[in-house]
Design a protein around this ligand. Structure first.
Ligand code: PLP
Length: 394
């Protein structure tokens, strides 16, 4: 006997992984330069030089036993202090090291928070388009997973529909800004209106509705403000990751921030630590904690990402593709010509253009491009995008 839910998750690859594997096979046949793979969100800019230097310094300066030993389950104090100081400087807030829990990236952190909150029959609401892993995370935590339909074409939050879906069972609303897959950054107005709505509904239901803000792309924005959500809504829990901001997805390091001002914050923080413990969390990788202690203030160099973004946005828009303005992350979410994104993606595949249909993000009719690829690949792929849309134009 085995757990069939776990089996199904493990046996069925995601559509993104399928496309990526397909791309690898095609690359073996045709050569890497003849496959235009826009499927996977692996950062294409190297970690900033300060990170490489910090690794060297940490290796040189730290007692090896300490370096590789277990740390406190919540993480080294120095690292939490460096993160807290950096946020305080940037946003004019007054976070404290005690409010941070160091984790192994956004994915396990989100799961721990969901598990910490879940009560029998509790609901999690997220907003389409959304990161597909949210569903297994929430369901594994024991939460009922519900999706607020997308606010097309801006991909902000449709507050009317969200309000209609809030029930006394809603424990948490999960947002992701800058957003994967839309590339949209929620504006301060959107977040303030969302905060007002959740404050009103929390009062009405007689219990807090937490806002879980998933922010692995916080540092990836192009000339727009990415507001600090806990300053806007009191009962916010923030999950952060260095996977994208410092190009460290394979290293597994990030944090959960539980503001002391949030409802029941002390018990909530303990529940996050307890939920992580139950999932086998021991501590975040020690070496990386020590690197982050030295690099909490380091930001990525976005020049090449921005160049890619502009080349694709301008190039594709000029051809007639329609999309929301991609102000953050490294994704474009584009209306599929013909309306059927799966069919469009299949057509694109025949031209060795690998584009992810939006169905898995809760948003059929759109497809996602991940532009953390080489500029050269983008330039060479543009004629294929032109040919493709040409097939739908009279
Ligand atoms: N949340 C979103 C929106 C993501 O896009 C990703 C990864 O692509 C994650 C969470 C998981 O990130 P991490 O590598 O920090 O676990």
């Amino acid at each position: 006997m085995l757990n069939e839910t776990a089996y199904a998750l493990g046996a069925n690859r995601s559509c993104i992984r399928d496309l990526f594997e397909y791309g690898c096979e095609r690359a073996k046949l045709l050569g890497r330069e003849n496959v235009f793979d826009y499927s996977l969100g692996n950062p294409s800019i190297p970690s900033p030089p300060q990170v490489t230097q910090a690794i060297r310094d940490v290796l040189n300066d730290t007692d090896p036993l300490l370096l590789h030993g277990y740390t406190s389950a919540v993480g080294d104090y120095e690292t939490r202090k460096a993160i807290s100081d950096d946020l305080n400087r940037r946003y004019g807030v007054s976070t404290r090291p005690e409010e941070f829990f160091l984790g192994c990236g956004a994915a396990p952190e989100l799961t721990a928070v969901m598990k910490a909150l879940a009560v029998e029959g509790g609901e999690l609401l997220t907003v389409a388009p959304y990161f597909p892993e949210y569903k297994p995370f929430a369901e594994n935590a024991g939460l009922v997973f519900r999706v607020v339909p997308p606010d097309v074409p801006s991909f902000q939050v449709d507050l009317g529909r969200l309000e209609a879906m809030l029930t006394p069972h809603t424990q948490v609303v999960l947002i992701n800004t800058p957003n994967n897959p839309s590339g949209v950054v929620y504006t301060r107005e959107t977040l303030m209106a969302l905060g007002d709505l959740l404050t009103r509904k929390s009062r009405e239901f007689g219990h807090p509705i937490y806002l879980l803000s998933d922010e692995p792309y916080r540092e990836l924005s192009y000339g727009v403000e990415v507001p600090f959500v806990p300053s806007i809504y009191r009962d916010t829990i923030l999950c952060y990751s260095y996977s994208k901001s410092l190009s460290l997805p394979g290293e597994r390091i990030g944090y959960v921030y539980v503001p002391q001002a949030a409802a029941d914050s002390q018990r909530l923080y303990a529940a996050v630590a307890g939920a992580a413990r139950a999932m086998g969390h021991v501590c975040a990788p020690s070496l990386w904690q020590k690197v982050i202690a030295r690099c909490a203030h380091v930001r990525p160099d976005l020049e090449s990402c921005d160049r890619n973004r502009r080349a694709l946005y301008e190039g594709l828009t000029a051809m007639g593709y329609e999309m929301a303005k991609p102000d953050g992350a490294f994704y474009l979410f584009i209306k599929a010509p013909g309306g059927d994104a799966k069919a469009f993606s299949e057509k694109a595949k025949k031209k060795d253009l690998l584009l992810v249909p939006g169905d898995g993000f809760g948003c059929p009719g759109y497809f996602r491009i991940c532009y953390c690829v080489s500029y050269d690949m983008i330039q060479r792929s543009l004629p294929r995008f032109r040919e493709l849309i040409g097939e739908y134009q009279p």
